[in-house]
Design a protein around this ligand. Sequence first.
Ligand SMILES: [Zn+2]
Length: 150
Amino acid sequence: MIYPTTVAAAEAMFTAAEADGVIITLVSGYRSFATQAQIHDRFVADLGLPAAEAVSAPPGHSEHQTGWAMDIGDGSGACSFTTCFADQPAATWAAANAHRFGFIVRYPAGSEQITGYSYEPWHLRFVGVEAAADIAARRITLEDFLEAPR
Ligand SMILES: [Zn+2]
């Protein structure tokens, strides 16, 4: 399951976005090992292993199995799980405000070498408000933060 802490933070964030006229939807939250295995197998079948590993974690390694991550969508339904999501209202709002609710955009553009994953403007990870604010202010990845916390 998604932890109650994550749920409460997500609900507060969705409500604040809505007050700004932006509808953020929850597209994917917690995944079991079996679900992640199915998803990963499908990517490997479609793309081959190297390309699949840039976009999908093997079972046991997905943040979606931690209960701290979620994928968001835009109320319009446009561009789900594609890079053009970055230009949708939900994504621009989240990029500017998610840290106030303890979330970070976990796999930012240009950080593929650090995170190991392609840019995913829809994948948010809960790290708590203090860490999220620092990560957002310094424009760093979670990896950088864990190596050099303020
Ligand atoms: Zn995700």
